[in-house]
Design a protein around this ligand. Structure first.
Ligand SMILES: [Zn+2]
Length: 299
């Protein structure tokens, strides 16, 4: 596919995914689950919602995130093409239901659901995603993480040394970055929306400086060969994530002095302080004015 068409297709996918987050009424019948090898025995699965990492092992599989509940049969069919073993572990990068929607479906006898502490508490109570006026009902019991951690979790499975590190107050207050250290692969969750301004869920405890801090910490652990799975978008690498880090930094640097000078959000939006970034990053579902709002309200 030509690069421009790929960009258009992924933009549409992002739009679909946010409209689904708002309404939960998306038509999933046309969604296809694709898979691609990443490194070692790790694959990236894409359909609708957050990207899935799948680690295939002789005694079972581990997945990071599981998209929307109605897609679970298709995701299971996609996994069956790669492994006859059951899913043993599901790690959630955060509580949003385009990443945890399949939890109950994958929570069979063999499986253990794992996430940062706040993922469980937010799923248990339900909540509101204010940026989209979305009310999220409490999750069913079978969908709740069964093993939670505050700062760091290590798991040795399928020949892989796996480490999940919490990123406080970033995309939400329950994000985890998952490092597959043996194969040099990182799943960033929604700390990384590749090539577009990101959604930052301030009503779930997120903040733009928190996203920047988490991205910087992850970059420090990467090298030029690291494969980077974004929460949304195609497979990436350290160089692209570094550019994204620069965009986050530039956004904060542009907005902070205006807010400090007492400018209102409307004044800041009218001043278009990110004009030079908009062309590159403004084509996703978070338009420049909403991105400025996230930055402004975070500071
Ligand atoms: Zn999210």
């Amino acid at each position: 596919m030509p690069a421009k068409l790929i960009k258009t297709v992924s933009t549409i996918a992002a739009l679909l995914s946010v409209s689904a987050m708002v309404s939960a009424q998306q038509d999933f019948s046309k969604v296809e689950i694709t898979h691609q090898p990443v490194a070692g025995s790790i694959f990236m699965l894409q359909g609708s919602g957050g990207n899935i990492a799948l680690l295939v092992g002789e005694q079972g599989n581990l997945m990071v995130d599981d998209q929307y509940e109605p897609l679970a049969p298709k995701i299971k069919a996609a996994i069956a093409k790669l492994s006859q073993q059951p899913v043993r572990y599901v790690l959630n990068t955060h509580w949003h239901f385009d990443h945890t929607g399949g939890n109950a479906e994958f929570n069979t006898g063999e499986a253990l659901l794992i996430a940062q502490d706040n993922v469980r508490s937010r799923m248990l109570s339900g909540g509101e995603i204010k940026a989209f006026n979305a009310k999220i009902p409490p999750a069913k019991k079978e969908a709740l993480p069964e093993l939670t951690f505050k700062e760091r979790m290590q798991l040795y499975f399928a020949g892989e040394d796996i480490e999940a590190l919490a990123a406080p107050n970033a995309h939400t207050d329950g994000d985890a970055v998952v490092f597959f250290k043996s194969s040099n692969v990182v799943h960033m969750g929604d700390l990384y929306f590749k090539g577009v301004f990101p959604f930052v869920d301030l009503s779930s405890g997120g903040s733009v400086p928190g996203v920047l801090a988490a991205v910087e910490a992850a970059l420090e652990r990467m090298d030029d060969k690291t494969k980077v799975i974004p929460g949304h978008g195609s497979l990436s690498n350290k160089a692209e994530l570094s550019e994204y880090r620069d965009m986050l930094k530039a956004s904060i640097a542009a907005v902070a002095p205006l807010k400090k000078a007492g400018k209102s959000l409307q004044d800041v939006q009218a001043a278009k302080p990110l004009a030079q970034l908009n062309e590159h990053y403004g084509g996703g579902f978070i338009k420049p004015d909403l991105w400025l709002q996230f930055v402004y309200q975070s500071l």
